[in-house]
Design a protein around this ligand. Structure first.
Ligand code: GLY
Length: 353
């Protein structure tokens, strides 16, 4: 896989110019969803590359990360004269970078693309590391390819305008990266006030966080091993997300990850002697900033069933990434159902539910 160029800046227009002036292409396409077309694209209208680009738009939301939107992107690019020598910019959250990345990777057998993530969640996760694709037959990310954007422009300029819940959602993935890196990276994140809205301070933290993910991806781009470290918080997190969906009360992905991190901290203590004092710090932080995901012992079996169907599970076992300590990563830990139930009990105590 080629080396991905990641730029950290709050001057996005200059970054676009500095990247594109050295590239050869006959036509530029900017893929947006209706939100970023309305709120973000106009902020870049003065840029001469963007002013000349063809805007390709999709409807917002994960529900539209589907074959119809993909076909419409291929169609719009084709009808506007896209060729093998064209170039794509994906301007949006995870749906736009995933779908736009896949559209570019497959149009005329693949044209280059640049990601400009506009949410914290996509900046810290989806836009980096080459996972592209769409949902299909009700299954998330069922069709796609690994193919990295040649360049990614990471900025907090757009993030400052997002609702605080969206910022918190992305911040949960940053907490995950901090835990994977080590104690001091994690402490720095716990000490930052998410509600302060300081884009430059957030950009510094975001840079450290993205570099942690990029380093893992460099070691294992196709997720044969250590990339599974990035699943920390996600086994329980995905189960909470699916369960909330079944209960018709969907929760944001990052909130589910934050609650999943509490479960994985507890499991890490039970299985790998992770320091109990740190569990309390994590649980307190999560409770204060994210509240709690509520469930009772009557829900345990349904949650376990969802975990057995998680894509990380190969033969119905419950598979988690755990930690011996911050920075001491243990991938592929198989968790017995009774151990997970013990973790649920402790989670409910910690979250006062
Ligand atoms: N979202 C986890 C990964 O990119 O592998």
């Amino acid at each position: 896989m080629q080396h991905q160029n990641i730029l950290f800046t709050n001057n996005v227009s200059d970054a676009i110019t500095s990247i594109l002036k050295d590239k050869k292409f006959n036509r530029l396409f900017v893929i947006t969803d209706s939100n970023t077309r309305q709120h973000v694209l106009p902020l870049l209208a003065d840029n001469s590359f963007i002013a000349e680009a063809v805007n390709v738009n999709i409807e917002p939301g994960d529900i539209h990360k589907n074959l119809d939107s993909l076909a419409s992107v291929w169609q719009q690019i084709g009808e506007a004269g896209g060729t093998r020598h064209s170039m794509v910019i994906n301007l949006g959250g995870g749906v736009v970078t995933d779908l736009g990345g896949f559209a570019a990777s497959t149009f005329k057998r693949g044209i280059p693309f640049i990601n400009i993530p506009t949410t914290l969640l996509s900046a810290v996760d989806a836009a980096i590391g080459g996972k592209t694709g769409i949902n299909f037959r009700g299954l998330k990310n069922e069709i796609g390819v690994f193919n990295e954007a040649s360049d990614v422009i990471i900025s907090t300029a757009f993030i400052a305008t997002l609702p605080i819940e969206e910022v918190k959602s992305g911040y949960a993935e940053m907490l995950k990266h901090g835990l994977l890196k080590g104690q001091s990276a994690f402490d720095k994140l716990l000490n930052y006030d998410i509600t302060s809205g300081d884009p430059d301070h957030l950009l510094t933290l975001l840079q450290e966080s993205v570099e942690i993910k990029a380093d893992v991806v460099r070691q294992d781009p196709h997720e044969h091993g250590i990339r599974r470290a990035l699943n920390l918080g996600h086994t329980a997190g995905h189960a909470f997300e699916s369960y909330a969906m079944q209960r018709n009360a969907p929760i944001a992905h990052g909130y589910a990850v934050a609650w999943g991190l509490v479960i994985d901290a507890v499991l890490s203590h039970i299985v790998c002697h992770f320091d109990s004092k740190l569990i309390y710090r994590i649980a307190d932080y999560v409770l204060k900033n994210y509240g709690a995901f509520h469930f009772t012992c009557d829900d345990y079996d349904a949650l376990l069933e969802l975990m057995r169907h998680d894509k990380k599970s190969q033969h119905g076992e419950i598979n988690c990434t755990l930690l011996g300590a911050p920075g001491d990563i243990r991938i592929d830990c198989e968790i017995a159902p009774d151990t997970m139930k013990e973790a649920f009990d402790l989670y409910r105590d910690l979250m006062h539910i």
